[in-house]
Design a binder for this molecule. Structure first.
Ligand code: ATP
Ligand code: MG
Length: 428
């Protein structure tokens, strides 16, 4: 195929054999979110570039290197959203949803866009399901978010495949003091830092902490420790969070180097990581961002949230063989009809069956064909029963009902008795 007719590198089609896994993951999470009282919000995929520049922050990889930014026909700079939090905050402010201390517990799902180097688990269009909570400052809600994700892992059978990394980033003042100490320490070792980290010294020095370069990590062994700089309130918040996780038996590892990619976090930061996906091991990341909303000109409003990467989770479920078998379960019934009159009658009969047996997966043969060819298609569909409607059956107002899974004798069932008969057969 010529190059112009291929999808953009790093932007994937999700094909029919993959979508059941996606829906399984999404519906499992969505029903959980319903159960915890979270409401869905749907947000635009494109926003003014400034939203992300202000919300995520210059000096972050996302803003500096990864955004899909373009001018529209009106010469306005727009950006395909690289993440969901900034747009969600914009929306709640725009609609006055957080005024007067109103609590919001929201979730969204959809594609995000980042110009990254595509590889397994890292794409240019990828999908997140994200959750944001506004106006709840305490550690109880941080804990709720983590408990909810832990329940998702349990439902999916992933509990043993993921671990929780936890950190507190303190207040922005505390972080500022720590940043100074870290910069002073690293300044003395500047020439030993990798190039990226050297650049980050002036833009976003805390990001150096999660550098993947071994030499840089070695330099950091004796670096000042973030938790020596935490303010008392942040310490109390962190203790409150840990106490709650302990109370429900959620294990965590404290990782003082976990600073997260985006700049707006304060206090709680967490990631769920797996060692089953190579270096793209973070499947869910989140934290508190109490300072973000003022950055958008809103009144001080606590916020906390997380986003999970759908591709990585699907990959993980596939890798571990955790997708339920019935996901690709084929049809229940396949209706074969021979001749125009039978086809017409078959159409009505099929609709009556759909009325009578909720959720039935009934394929009606399309495109005509001989008995042999229709029966072959019925067999290939994986349906449990073929329904046969020819001229004789039509005249007698019956259908032939043949099991495709065993050698049971074909039965002849009257139209009126058919729905109850099939419902019983399918339950068996
Ligand atoms: P990473 O360190 O892997 O780049 P991140 O810190 O940039 O992740 P976040 O911005 O926190 O990621 O996004 C939340 C989640 O979205 C990640 O934990 C991951 O599961 C997923 N994710 C992020 N970027 C990508 C991508 N390019 N392709 C696929 N999934 C991604
Ligand atoms: Mg990233």
């Amino acid at each position: 195929m010529s190059k112009s007719l291929q999808a953009i590198r790093g932007m994937n089609d999700i094909l029919p054999e993959q979508t059941p896994a996606w829906r399984y993951l999404e519906s499992t999470l969505v029903s959980l979110l319903d159960g915890y009282g979270y409401k869905e919000i749907r947000l635009p995929i494109v926003e003014y570039t400034e939203l992300f520049a202000r919300g995520i922050g210059e000096g972050t990889d996302v803003v500096d290197k990864e955004m899909y930014t373009f001018l529209d026909r009106n010469e306005e700079s727009l950006t395909l959203r690289p993440e969901g939090t900034a747009g969600c905050v914009r929306a709640v402010l725009e609609h006055g949803m957080t005024g007067g201390g109103q609590v919001q517990k929201l979730w969204y799902a959809g594609p995000m866009f980042r110009y990254e180097k595509p590889q397994k688990g890292r794409y240019r269009q990828f999908h997140q399901i994200g959750v944001e909570v506004f106006n709840l400052p305490g550690p109880d809600v941080d804990a709720e978010l983590i408990v909810l994700t832990a329940r998702l892992w349990q439902k999916l059978g992933l509990t043993d495949a993921v671990t929780l990394q936890l950190n507190s980033l303190g207040s922005s003042e505390a972080r500022g003091a720590y940043r100074e100490a870290l910069v002073a320490y690293l300044q003395e070792r500047f020439e030993h830092l990798d190039e990226d980290s050297q650049r980050r010294m002036s833009t976003n020095p805390l990001r150096i902490l999660d550098s993947k370069i071994a030499e840089t990590q070695a330099l950091l062994v004796d670096a000042p420790r973030l938790h020596d700089y935490l303010d008392a309130e942040s310490v109390a918040h962190f203790e409150g969070l840990k106490a709650r996780l302990d109370a429900v038996g959620i294990r965590y590892e404290i990782n003082q180097k976990l600073v997260r990619g985006l700049d707006y976090y304060s206090r709680t930061a967490f990631e769920w990581v797996t060692d089953k996906l190579g270096s793209q091991g973070t499947v869910c990341g989140g934290g508190r961002y109490d300072g973000l909303i003022t950055q958008f000109g809103g009144k001080p409003t606590p916020g906390v949230g997380f986003a999970m990467g759908v591709e990585r989770l699907v990959l993980l479920l596939e890798t571990l063989g955790l997708l339920p078998e019935e996901l690709n379960s084929p049809a229940d019934l396949y209706l074969c009809a021979f001749g125009e009159a039978a086809e017409l009658a078959g159409l009505g009969l099929a609709e009556r069956l759909r009325d009578a047996i909720p959720g039935v997966r009934l394929l009606v043969n399309s495109g005509g064909g001989s008995f042999k060819s229709q029966f072959k298609k019925a067999d290939k569909s994986g349906a449990r029963f073929a329904l046969i409607l020819g001229e004789d059956e039509l005249a007698a107002r019956v259908v032939g009902c043949k099991s495709l899974r065993d050698d049971a004798q074909q039965e002849t069932i009257g139209w009126d008795a058919l729905p109850a008969h099939l419902a019983a057969c399918l339950q068996a």
